[in-house]
Design a protein around this ligand. Structure first.
Ligand code: SIN
Length: 490
């Protein structure tokens, strides 16, 4: 598949540093591949420490002027960026589908989703309030004001190449911070296109810097940001292992961190649920982006009285999903991101089957379609001993577990070090309240499978990380509070 764009200049292969598009200092490149075919889409800069340092220098140089802008002026620039993202939806979606594999319709949905964060934080920029603290002593006035944290390093994953970086950059810029960004090795092109549009929208040189890097070089580049005390905040979406590494390594300069890490989401279907609605909710939550999201249900607990019926309804829907390359207008599931991802899915399914799971549909690679395709799968009789229970599969696999009581469902759901999303379906109002409170998760879907929104706080508890993205809470992570105590007023 050839990448045809309306605006060819959105396909950027260089870094954006200090307003200039530049090669890596050492001239190195790496290849970005199409997961559907393995074909090379583009060669991009393989940045090193030196590039990371140059980006930080540029962000530092731009910092004072950006924080001094009126919030309204920052908001205007963000609004222009939002309009350009929306106007270039077709190109952004084409780039994203090509490098990430998601069906074109889903990629367009992600452009709108990512853009919604830019619009949201453009508005929030003008609502950064402080407090006048009620007077405690005569002649003294005490105030709390909010200030930008400083330089932010934004490090993002491949599963949502546009939305994840937009929802980090937009609040950072709204708050008055400058940004150095590094998208995932597999999907730099969407982020670079987004940076090009930011530049076009009038984001001044150095306020947003974006660089691409392969995995090994990327670790070095990020290492430079970790050690540099000018970088005051790191915002990261990705694996828990990398999140812990960032927390450890940034301790030397005590940076503020926002970590949106792995999940292992439970999805509970109680006997009293509307089963049709539960199937619709599960399809939306589980099979979005081919099951490659941190909020995907990974363990589906179904109460004994409705287990067989639910399994039958679900398997029929999942078996009918259309697996096809992103370009096929009927595609509902595209290729997985790479060989490592598909090997993991295969290993999880084989492990489950070897331990007694029954394949209701799917359960195999679709090698005839290309290297990275996997059939959407439903497994019955899943048990705690299986890999699917304790590791995120990150693919189109829905393992079903049978449970008897509400207490058991809550215990099993919470029996994980993770706590990002959790879902449950019930029509009993008292149960709805009890279970919402009992689930250990940052996000709960109650009779709802589509939970993400720019207006809502997104983030986890336990080893799923800390910090929130989206909503009024999402801005707080980029601001620090300064207390000013003024005397001599009597
Ligand atoms: C993720 O799960 O990786 C992000 C999901 C979202 O924004 O919905």
């Amino acid at each position: 598949m050839e990448l045809k764009l309306k605006r060819e200049e959105l396909l950027r292969r260089q870094n954006l540093i200090g307003g200039e598009w530049t090669d890596a200092v050492n001239g190195a490149h790496y290849s970005v591949a199409n997961p559907a075919t393995g074909g090379i889409i583009a060669e991009v800069a393989n940045s090193t420490k030196a590039d990371a340092r140059a980006a930080t220098d540029a962000a530092a140089k731009a910092a004072d002027a950006w924080r001094e802008r009126l919030p309204r002026e920052r908001a205007e620039i963000l609004k222009r960026w939002h309009a350009l993202i929306v106007a270039n939806t077709d190109d952004l979606a084409a780039i994203m589908s090509m490098e990430q594999g998601k069906p074109l319709a889903e990629a367009k949905g992600e452009v709108a989703y990512g853009a919604s964060y830019v619009a949201w934080f453009a508005d929030e920029a003008t609502r950064i309030y402080g407090d006048l603290i009620p007077q405690q002593q005569r002649g003294k006035q005490m105030r709390a004001i909010r200030e930008p944290m400083g330089i932010v390093a934004a490090i993002t994953p491949w599963n949502f190449p546009l939305a994840m970086i937009a929802r980090k950059i937009a609040p950072a810029l709204a708050a008055g911070c400058t940004v150095v960004g590094k998208p995932a090795e597999d999907t730099p092109l969407t982020a670079l296109a987004l940076a090009a549009l930011a530049q076009e929208a009038g984001v001044p040189p150095g306020v947003l810097n974006m660089l691409s890097a392969s995995r090994d070089q990327g670790i070095e580049a990020v290492g430079d940001w970790l050690a540099d005390d000018r970088v005051r905040k790191i915002t990261f979406t990705g694996s828990t292992a990398v999140g812990k590494y960032l927390a450890r390594e940034s301790a030397g300069t005590l940076k503020k961190l926002s970590l949106e890490l792995g999940g292992n989401a439970p999805f509970i279907v109680f006997d009293d649920a509307d089963l049709d609605a539960a199937v619709v909710g599960l399809m939306a939550a589980k099979f979005r982006n081919g099951g490659q999201t941190c909020v995907c249900p990974n363990r589906i607990y179904v109460q004994a009285g409705v287990f067989d019926k639910f399994a039958e309804l679900l398997a029929a829907r999942v078996g009918a999903l259309k697996v096809a390359p992103a370009t096929d207008p009927q595609a509902q599931i595209g290729p997985m991101i790479n060989a490592k991802a598909i090997d993991k899915i295969d290993r999880h399914v084989n492990d489950a089957v070897s331990k007694g799971a029954k394949v209701l549909t799917g359960g195999k690679r679709l090698t005839e379609m290309g290297p990275n395709y996997y059939a959407p799968t439903v497994l019955a009789h899943a048990t705690n001993e299986m890999l699917v229970t304790c590791e995120e599969t990150f693919g189109p696999v829905a393992p079903l577990y049978r449970f008897e009581s509400e207490e058991e469902a809550i215990r099993l759901s919470n029996d994980t070090p993770f706590g990002l999303a959790a879902y449950f379906y019930t029509q009993d109002m008292r149960r709805a309240e009890r279970v919402s409170r009992a689930l250990q998760a940052g996000v709960v879907g109650l009779n709802e499978g589509a939970v993400a929104s720019e207006a809502a706080p997104f983030g986890g508890v336990k080893e799923s990380g800390y910090g929130r993205e989206g909503s009024k809470y999402g801005l707080e992570d980029y601001l620090s509070i300064k207390y000013i105590c003024q005397g001599g007023l009597d």
